[in-house]
Design a protein around this ligand. Structure first.
Ligand code: URA
Length: 269
């Protein structure tokens, strides 16, 4: 300040202790605007199929940002869901949390409900649970369960994975001859919400933010590979090694809001 490097609304300010409001005043150091730090924002969106998980799309398709027009903070999606995939997506401006959530070291389990062509048998399920090779690399152990009920032309399963490879669930089922018809993410670590509808969003509760931070604070005890810490049976009656998804933190505090009506995205895939 004493060197005359600070300006407030164009005037050089040298007096130490001068007050200014970064929200209202134009404060600059060496000509560069000093912005007010944004409050951290954590948005849980139910992404419908037909939206791209990105802040902006060169092809001008609808993006998940179109669904949260009321959010003024610079939030961005944590990880991605395919254009055709629906389900829970977290958007935040908390860079540290986002980096931890997407880092494989933290092994945050995501649960997907998947409907596939045909009915995978016990052998197929075991193969997926133990790991299949996609693009030359084996997937980590996963938890896979056939949903209860009758399955004929298609089957519905739940799969829990902690990796985030491109189109991973689709490729895993394709690898055993059961292409995916539809895919929905139902939880991200401790986050889940069975009541939120496609296209709706809400802020996380303070408890959910705490639970999420706790989930990524732990360092893995073993070799850092997903699914090494727990041992559970699949519906096929075989053992897989998969970290179980943690319980939800708490019910939501606020009602979800609706962005663009679901099912009316712009453009095509
Ligand atoms: N796996 C997929 O195949 N697609 C998704 O969107 C997420 C996980």
């Amino acid at each position: 300040m004493l060197q005359g490097r600070v300006t407030v609304n164009g005037d050089v300010v040298r007096e130490l202790g001068t007050k200014a409001d970064p929200a209202a005043d134009d404060i600059r150091v060496d000509g560069r605007r000093v912005k007010q730090a944004e409050r951290p924002r954590y948005v849980l969106l139910y992404k419908p199929a037909g939206y791209v998980t990105t802040r902006s799309d060169p092809q001008r398709r609808s993006t998940v940002m179109d669904l949260i027009p009321g959010v003024r903070e610079y939030v961005y999606p944590v990880g991605r869901l395919d254009y055709d995939t629906e389900g829970l997506l977290l958007l935040t401006n908390d860079g540290d949390l986002a980096a931890r959530l997407t880092h494989p070291r933290h092994e945050v389990p995501r649960v997907y409900e998947v409907t596939v062509a045909g009915v995978p048998d016990a052998h197929d399920i075991e193969r997926i649970a133990k790991g299949v090779t996609i693009e030359g690399r084996r997937t980590e152990p996963a938890r896979v369960e056939l949903a209860p009920g009758r399955h004929t032309a298609t089957a519905t399963l739940r799969i829990t994975i902690a990796e985030g490879r491109n189109r991973q669930v689709r490729k895993m089922f394709e690898a055993v001859g059961h292409p995916v018809d539809s895919l929905k993410r139902v939880s991200i670590g401790p986050l889940r919400d069975a009541r939120i509808k496609p296209g709706q969003w809400r802020d996380l509760t303070a408890d959910e933010v705490r639970a999420l931070k706790k989930a990524v604070a732990r360092e893995p005890s073993g070799d850092g590979r997903a699914g090494k810490r727990d041992s559970r049976a699949t519906s096929a009656g075989r053992e897989t090694r998969e970290a179980a998804p943690r319980r939800p933190a708490r019910p939501r505090a606020s009602a979800p809001r609706q962005g663009r009506p679901a099912g009316k995205p712009r453009g095509r895939r």
